[in-house]
Design a protein around this ligand. Structure first.
Ligand SMILES: Cc1cc2nc3c(=O)[nH]c(=O)nc-3n(C[C@H](O)[C@H](O)[C@H](O)COP(=O)(O)O)c2cc1C
Length: 212
């Protein structure tokens, strides 16, 4: 299983701190004037990793809207192999916290979404496994809808799959791709630390710069 080691993490270049108000929207590109935009950027900007939660349950109707956002996600060949186990039971959250290297917010969040895949067998012709991509897209739908509902989430990839599988009683062939905590945030957002667009976008060819 691929795991980013902490030494590799330390080597990643750190981009300058960008606050939401620093970035114009729509981006300042030729022809952007008059572009009709939906407000999807709002939850994108609002979402941040919430690692402290209030002791408040997530209202059922919000939870249903959040899971509906997952249901509508795209998947390779529309196979929809994702399955989500919503864990609210305290003892089970505690066990998931242990499986997640004791990260305390996993215990404290009122809901932990255990994001699973029914099969890991499907490999696309590009060579990528479909299940991790499909589950990840659905999870980000969850995170964005949660932000739109004034709720917070945090992706959790630092966990033992075998331990998490035991906690939810899933069969051995079910893959557990990620955990995601969900609840009412008890902490504010921080400025986003992201690379500049010019560091991550190329034009036409690898390394190609913006024409004109
Ligand atoms: C696949 C994935 C796995 C992650 N795993 C963890 C984790 O185990 N624990 C944690 O505290 N944050 C985890 N994060 C959160 C990232 O650290 C966070 O998204 C990143 O630092 C950017 O901060 P932001 O989410 O506040 O914008 C994970 C994020 C992703 C996308």
């Amino acid at each position: 299983m691929y795991r980013l080691r902490s030494t590799q993490q330390a080597m990643l270049p750190r981009g300058p701190t960008v606050t939401a108000s620093d970035v114009p929207w729509p981006p300042n590109v030729a022809g952007a004037k008059g572009v009709t935009q939906m407000d999807v950027i709002e939850p994108i900007r609002k979402r941040y990793s919430v690692r402290k939660y209030l002791e408040e349950a997530v209202p059922e109707e919000k939870l249903l809207r959040i899971m509906e956002a997952a249901r509508l996600a795209p998947s390779a060949s529309n196979t929809q192999e994702w399955r989500f186990v919503l864990v609210t039971d305290e003892a089970r959250r505690e066990a998931l916290c242990k499986a997640a290297q004791g990260q305390p917010f996993v215990r404290e969040a009122p809901v932990v979404i255990v994001a699973c895949a029914q099969t890991d067998q499907r490999v696309m012709s590009c060579g990528q496994c479909a299940y991790t991509i499909d589950v990840a897209i659905a999870l980000e739908h969850i995170a964005l809808q949660a932000a739109a509902e004034d709720l917070g989430t945090c992706w959790v990839g630092a966990f033992s799959e075998d331990e998490a599988r035991k906690v939810i009683g899933a069969p051995d062939d079910i893959r557990i791709v990620q955990l995601m905590t969900l609840g009412v945030p008890a902490m504010g957002s921080r400025p986003k630390n992201r690379k500049e667009l010019s560091e991550i976008v190329m034009y036409e060819q690898w390394g190609g710069s913006k024409p004109g």
